[in-house]
Design a protein around this ligand. Structure first.
Ligand code: NAD
Length: 257
């Protein structure tokens, strides 16, 4: 699959799944815009590094996805947007009656509303270009719930609904919109939790991963950022032209339970 000549914007892409998706899009030939809320020399160096590795134009644009103006400015500043991947996300875990209002507001803004604002800014560019792909990184928690993650689960269910509406509004155009629903993905954030979990449960790495962390994932294996990236590239391919308004689970069977 060649995405040469396409420009992809991936929100929240200076680490984890976003960076993995950005790398697979660049590997497929796309020019890529990396993004986060920070603006450090490391962010720009990362973009240069990915660009050099895959021989495409990779830039870093700072924009805070909790801010609607920043969301729209990211798309405008990029100047082109053939592929939009809404990936930025945060988490907070607490019972509903103790859930801090500011955490609820931040999660809804970053995990859900940002996708509305970036999509609103990107669709006119896609229409002008005569082609477009919106890929929203939802979660297994966009299809099913767990306790103590009310804001995250509400936001991710919202992302699935927004993806369906975006698909219906673009159904007669060469534009698609879908949501990828990962289960647990091995990102640096998840990797960093493993030593603490090993200590807390007095288990070796394999056992704590299999029996504690991946208890709900029937494959008992993490998905990888490369797999989420590969699924994104597939959704951008010609083979996926009629796939729109749906969810693709990359969750080792979690949502089959
Ligand atoms: P991560 O913390 O490594 O990445 C999150 C990214 O979002 C980072 O690049 C961060 O800088 C960015 N970000 C955070 N706040 C931002 C803001 N205000 N503005 C712009 N960027 C911001 O986490 P991850 O695991 O890679 O998660 C990426 C996405 O995948 C999230 O939407 C998450 O909900 C989803 N997801 C993750 C998993 C998993 O197991 N890791 C599973 C399902 C879904």
């Amino acid at each position: 699959m060649s995405l040469t000549g396409k420009t992809a914007i991936v929100t929240g892409s200076n680490s984890g799944i976003g960076l993995g998706v950005a790398r697979e899009l660049a590997r497929a030939g796309a020019d890529v815009v990396l993004n986060s809320f920070t603006d450090s020399p490391e962010d720009h160096a990362l973009a240069a590094e990915v660009g050099q590795e895959f021989g495409t134009n990779v830039r870093y644009i700072q924009a805070d996805m909790s801010n609607p103006e920043d969301c729209r400015a990211l798309i405008q500043q990029a100047g082109a947007c053939d592929i939009l991947v809404n990936n930025a996300g945060i988490q907070h875990v607490a019972p509903i009656d103790e859930f801090p209002t500011e955490k609820w507001d931040a999660i809804i803004a970053i995990n859900l509303s940002s996708a509305f604002h970036t999509t609103a800014a990107a669709l006119p560019m896609m229409r002008k270009a005569g082609w477009g792909r919106v890929v929203n990184i939802a979660s297994a928690h966009g299809l099913t719930a767990s306790p103590y993650k009310s804001a995250y689960i509400a936001a991710k269910h919202g992302v699935v609904g927004l993806s369906k509406t975006t698909a219906l509004e673009t159904a007669r155009e060469p534009i698609t919109c879908n949501a990828i629903c990962p289960g647990y993905v091995l990102t640096p954030l998840v990797e960093a939790q493993i030593p603490d979990q090993m200590a807390a449960h007095n288990m070796d790495r394999d056992t704590v991963v299999r029996e504690v962390m991946l208890e709900r994932q029937p494959s008992r294996q993490f998905a990888t950022v490369e797999e989420i990236g590969g699924t994104t590239v597939f959704l951008c391919s010609d083979a996926a032209a009629q796939i729109t308004g749906t969810t693709i689970s990359v969750d080792g069977g979690w949502t089959a339970l």
